[in-house]
Write a protein that binds this ligand. Structure first.
Ligand code: BYC
Length: 329
């Protein structure tokens, strides 16, 4: 019989390694880098973790755009810390992906040559300060909803990286909420600016959860392997349920006239998401795709001397350590 832990295995006797892997998944245990794993499991993890890492790195751009223009020293310091956190998240995730046998250089090459995906959300522009609030509240809010279950992902290094990342994302979400709250308690123009940012970021934040379940080719297998714990639509619903009471506290309107609680289904009814827009962004035709990649390439080139210096320093350290061990012997 086909094992739930590997939907690609057709009827045949499993090898002892496959059996052990399936047993670990069935017991909801962790798979560690030293363990045998099916190639498809390794490939799926490299795909998801590297896309996730790239999202964190590209995700620094929309916000770093506002560091020099933050409205006060306090806001500037907070925003800088947040953008630095995103860089750290990218590094934890690249390290987790490296344990699966792909190098950092290869992942970076895939990103700057446009062969790798990163989250659709970072291809939108940030024209006003209120966008910093909307990103924190909606984008980091969606990220938390999606990522808390990933703390239990079956692959150990990924799950452990997610625990640290989620702690920081919670702070990010609160700082975004607080920016919007302050604007909503300000002047008419500030309230309008906050509402406009929410209008622009609401639908793209719902798209972050990925295509609808019936159009999500990877979900079934990823759930069977305990990488994903909930489907894209389940998490999207959970997110909307979290936003509704928070929007009421803020005094902002969520831009969906069809949004209402359905007592029968016990979930929110909502308008159809514009999946054409999502597909356009994924195809590289979003408002900022070209700019994001151009800037990433530029930063990579500008950073070449840092990589060279670090490699040279590591080489010298290794040489010294070798000489010292030789001296002792
Ligand atoms: N954008 O079969 P599906 C952050 C792709 S960072 C672009 O459902 P899966 C933050 C998908 O890759 C946020 N592509 O896929 C950072 C697949 O394409 P391929 C990033 C998307 O993997 C800085 C195809 O569509 N978070 O929060 O089962 C500042 C079919 O989809 C998107 C993560 O990466 C999208 N939105 O599920 C602030 C979380 N959605 O690879 C905040 C980890 C789907 O087959 N990742 N695609 O060519 C995941 O949880 C899952 O990978 C997804 C997609 C739910 C995103």
């Amino acid at each position: 019989m086909t094992s739930p832990a590997d939907l690609s295995v057709v009827e045949r006797d499993l090898t002892p390694e496959e059996e052990q892997f399936n047993e670990l998944i069935a017991k909801d245990s962790r798979i560690e880098p030293r363990d045998w794993m099916p190639d498809a499991y390794r490939k799926t993890l490299i795909r998801q973790i590297s896309q996730h890492a790239h999202s964190e790195i590209i995700g620094m751009q929309p916000e770093s755009n506002w560091i020099t223009r933050a409205p006060s020293l306090k806001r500037k310091a907070i925003l800088m810390a947040k953008v630095q956190d995103e860089a750290g998240h990218g590094l934890y995730l690249y390290s987790a992906a490296q344990t699966l046998g792909i190098s950092r250089e290869e992942m970076m090459d895939q990103l700057i040559t446009g062969r790798a995906r990163y989250s659709s959300i970072f291809n939108y522009l940030t024209p006003t300060w209120a966008d910093m609030g909307a990103i924190g509240w909606l984008v980091d809010g969606a990220a938390i909803c999606n990522q808390v279950p990933l703390c239990r992902a079956s692959y150990g290094p990924y799950g452990r990286a997610m625990v640290r990342i989620c702690k920081e994302e919670s702070f990010h979400q609160r700082q975004g909420f607080e920016i919007l709250l302050e604007l909503m308690q300000g002047t008419e123009a500030q309230r309008e600016m906050a509402q406009d940012a929410v209008n622009r970021w609401y639908w793209p934040s719902l798209m972050m959860f990925g295509p609808p379940d019936d159009q999500s080719p990877n979900s079934a297998q990823s759930m069977a392997w305990n990488i994903k714990r909930f489907s894209n639509d389940e998490l999207r619903q959970r997110f909307v349920g979290m936003l509704v009471p928070q929007a009421a506290v803020l005094g902002v309107t969520l831009p969906d006239p069809e949004l209402r609680w359905n007592e029968e289904t016990k979930q929110y009814d909502m308008s159809e998401i514009d999946w054409t827009e999502f597909n356009e962004v994924l195809a590289g035709r979003g408002p900022a795709n070209a700019e994001r990649l151009r800037r990433r390439r530029e930063a990579h080139e500008e950073g070449a001397w840092v990589r060279e210096a670090a490699a040279e320093y590591a080489r010298k350290q290794a040489e010294r350590a070798l000489a010292a061990s030789g001296a002792v012997a």
